[in-house]
Design a protein. Structure first.
Length: 798
């Protein structure tokens, strides 16, 4: 039986045990919260760099969001203990830390909230969690209903962990006036020069309650006593101890003693978050609790915030789960990326550009602003920085201090997708300056400079230098001495040049068309000459002139990216194409999608870099890295293998059969599933649980432009569906440049009318060709499309 169901606008998990790491995530412009089904939470807020208000029990290192996060008893969590005062039975919702099996359990993920409906011993517990749209606040609402025929005496204990806040100064106490436990701390620092910023930090953590508790404690150790977190001493006692914490790890716990008549319901609300001072907490209390209807208003505001985009397609296929994923979860995850830039102040340039390519399909105005921002940070030489600074005081950190050579490539590719979707060629004429020059030039020229930079940064063989990385961050030692080259970047450059040539042709810039096509052809030729290994392309050539990613290698024999991008850049003939696809099928394919490379490395290769130090089958070391898989799907579309592309795209989504195995619900696409399929079959397929990934933009683009095939160009909407055999017919609404197209697409047998080309009717009348030019803002159009089946199968079998 499937561990989850899909109803209306929600995914519902039916047990806390089948997928212990299943989670939902919520965010607003200042914070993010990933909440798992058993009560563990990972939250961060921006001040302006990512910070925490609930910590682990020991000193934490600052890092970016990690995959395959593991949970432990004292992991930051939100628990609700319930003790039956008559029978002494103890339970905790959602599940941790007592782990008593509930009578029924539902973990429900919706766009704007995460809910639980749990029945334990006939006490019905409904928990609803959402965030504020504007403040750094978790909003919790809990309802307890006595579903048994008799009166029940219970104690209800909300438990919010605060953890080890600071080695310099930490404490907590109950504030009677606020009706809140407030923990206070001083963020550790040592440099005097850090003090001015440090003193602005929100170093308080509060748990505001809308009802006065019978008792409370903020003392973690005495709460647990000898019984431990799953059976705390303080819960066996009649009342909590009302202890402050004095340079001891704080926690926020209340006790409410209740008598519930049969069918009686009691409701509680809590607000949890950081604050700079008491005044901020007072303000929160006023808005959310003291104002009549304040809490409900904030809930409604959050609901509105989280749906602050309009997806360009709403689809109806025969598969309700896919419909929900495509219409709700994918655009939502895309919006998250474009909205808050993975909660960083200096997103990696390639991530920023691709995330905004995705925004082109749901909020193109934001993409436009983002592209201009990125271009304003370009050097006059054409070079792009490693990260885009989102505000004046942001700095390039971590990975953005390492020189990568691929950033320019994403400009033409991502901006082209935006132009197709919007037709907004005015963008190309916008004049902007450079990071190192006040000279103002058009976007078109900025992009030409980026392409020239790529063309110039090649070695004598005509291959692109890799420096300390390309798309692949941890491939940091292939070219650190300044000589190593990347076949992938060479091919990506050729693809970008070809793409831009096509656009330049439409715009009438004939000189650049010729230049770009010639340069692309040269690069393709160079890659063929130096990197073709008989059946597939090598991944590159190291500083010491070693070709790697070839059949002579025992580990890292074949990489996916060069093959995909060779198909995109037209570097290969049909014979090569067939050989590459066969090699991918034989060496990289798994039931969860293609691995990014195989076999995974088991030891450091000093001429490749730290990629080879990652555990085999995780991340770039041979996982099913969805960003790379989706490039492959895109390339399959480019060579007309749409059925195969569709099958691959479906493999990226957990489904009813394999969700427990992957350990994740289809409410997001993770950055990877474990690979190393032959080396570590036991863990293959396991989700990274990390929802930061460049996959979405490409995933959505594949469906919009290729599979569903309702794609924009500079002039209008092109109808060119490539429906898979799983979709005999679909209907959809396509929002396009202000108009709505209600489209139904049907596969018809070739015999019918002997048609060989799609038959398209617009408002009941057949159109010539397959482009709809008319498109009036605010208009509704009806489009019917009949696609001859044999045409489809021919395309998919080539
Ligand atoms: O980070 C991603 C990057 O955000 O890795 C991709 C790259 O294209 C994205 O821009 C492939 O390398 O070890 C590392 O530094 C890795 O680079 C990871 O941090 C990786 C993570 O999956 C973060 O999401």
């Amino acid at each position: 039986q499937a561990p989850f169901t899909c109803i209306d606008d929600a995914l519902v998990l039916h047990s806390p045990k089948s997928m212990p790491k299943a989670s939902g995530f919520l965010w607003n412009p200042h914070m993010m919260l990933q909440m798992n089904c058993r009560g563990y939470a990972t939250a961060q807020f921006m001040q302006p760099e990512p910070a925490k208000y609930a910590h682990g029990p020991a000193l934490e290192a600052k890092t970016f969001m990690q995959p395959e996060h593991s949970f432990y008893a004292h992991h930051p969590a939100r628990f609700f203990y319930i003790k039956d005062e008559d029978s002494g039975k103890l339970f905790s919702a959602p599940f941790e830390p007592v782990r008593q099996a509930p009578k029924s359990y539902r973990f429900i993920i919706q766009a704007d909230c995460i809910k639980w409906l749990i029945n334990f011993d006939d006490i019905e517990i409904e928990i609803i969690l959402n965030l504020s749209a504007t403040d750094i606040v978790e909003m919790w609402q809990v309802r307890l209903t006595n579903n048994s025929p008799k009166r029940r005496n219970i104690s209800f204990y909300p438990y919010f962990s605060i953890g080890y806040m600071s080695w310099m100064n930490q404490s907590a106490d109950f504030d009677n006036e606020l009706n809140a436990i407030v923990a206070s701390s001083v963020t550790p620092y040592q440099k005097v020069s850090d003090y001015p910023l440090q003193k602005t930090f929100k170093d308080l953590t509060f748990l505001l309650a809308d009802r006065t508790p019978s008792a409370w404690t903020s003392h973690q150790a005495s709460f647990e006593g000898e019984g431990g977190l799953h059976n705390p001493d303080s819960i066996s006692a009649e009342y909590l101890s009302q202890d402050p914490s004095l340079y001891e790890p704080p926690v926020a716990i209340y006790q409410y003693r209740l008598t519930l008549e049969s069918q009686q319901t009691e409701q509680f609300r809590f607000l949890f978050g950081p604050a700079k001072d008491t005044a901020e907490i007072v303000k929160i209390k006023q808005v959310y609790f003291d104002t009549l209807g304040g809490f409900e208003q904030q809930q409604a505001a959050y609901k509105q915030y989280i749906s602050g985009y309009k997806a360009c397609i709403n689809i109806e296929t025969q598969d309700p789960l896919f419909n929900q994923v495509f219409n709700l979860w994918l655009p939502r995850q895309m919006f998250y990326h474009g909205d808050v830039n993975r909660l960083s102040t200096d997103p990696q340039t390639r991530n920023y550009l691709q995330d905004n390519m995705g925004m082109s399909y749901i909020a193109p105005d934001i993409s436009r602003i983002a592209f201009l921002k990125a271009l304003s940070q370009q050097q006059v030489s054409g070079a792009m920085p490693d990260g885009i600074l989102l505000s004046a005081d942001a700095e390039l950190k971590y990975i953005n201090q390492i020189p990568h050579t691929d950033h320019c490539v994403w400009l033409p590719i991502c901006i082209l997708a935006y132009l197709n979707e919007t037709g907004d060629i005015s963008l190309l004429k916008e004049k902007i300056s450079y990071a190192d020059s006040s000279q103002s030039e058009s976007v078109f020229l900025h992009i030409s400079k980026a392409l020239n930079w790529l063309v110039d940064h090649r070695d004598g063989r005509g291959l692109s230098y890799i420096d300390q990385g390309d798309w692949c961050d941890p491939m940091n030692m292939v070219g650190h001495k300044g000589k190593g080259v990347s076949s992938w970047l060479s091919l990506a450059t050729a693809y970008a040049l070809n793409q831009w040539a096509e656009l330049s042709h439409q715009l009438g810039h004939h000189q650049s068309v010729d230049d770009h096509l010639t340069q692309a052809a040269e690069i393709n030729q160079a890659v063929n000459q130096h990197c073709w290994d008989g059946n597939w392309f090598a991944r590159g050539i190291t500083d010491d002139n070693r070709l790697f990613g070839v059949k002579a290698d025992n580990e890292g024999r074949i990489y996916l990216n060069p093959q995909s991008w060779a198909m995109m850049s037209n570097a290969v003939d049909e014979v090569q194409q067939a050989k590459m696809c066969q090699a991918i099928d034989e060496q990289l394919m798994t039931p969860f999608g293609p691995m990014m490379l195989a076999p995974a490395y088991t030891k450091m290769q000093t001429d490749i870099g730290r990629l080879t130090q990652k555990f085999p089958g995780t991340a770039e070391n041979g996982s099913v890295y969805n960003h790379a898989s989706v490039f492959y799907a895109w390339s399959l579309c480019k060579i007309g293998k749409h059925q195969q592309a569709y099958d691959l795209l479906m493999l990226m989504l957990p489904n009813f059969q394999d969700a427990s195995y992957r350990g994740q619900l289809p409410n997001f696409i993770p950055n990877y599933y474990r690979g190393a399929y032959h080396q570590h079959p036991k863990t293959a397929g396991r989700s990274s649980q990390l929802f930061n990934t460049g996959t979405l933009a490409w995933y959505y683009r594949c469906f919009v432009e290729e599979i569903i095939g309702v794609k924009g160009d500079l002039h209008g909407l092109i109808i060119e569906p490539h429906l898979p055999m799983q979709w005999p017919s679909i209907s959809l609404t396509r929002e396009f440049r202000g108009a709505s197209f209600h489209i139904s697409i049907k596969q018809v047998p070739l015999e019918k009318d002997g048609i060989t080309k799609p038959k398209i009717n617009l408002n009941g009348k057949p159109i010539k060709g397959n482009r709809i030019d008319q498109c009036q803002t605010g208009e509704q159009y009806r489009v019917t499309v009949e696609v001859p089946t044999s045409l489809l199968s021919r395309q998919s079998n080539t």
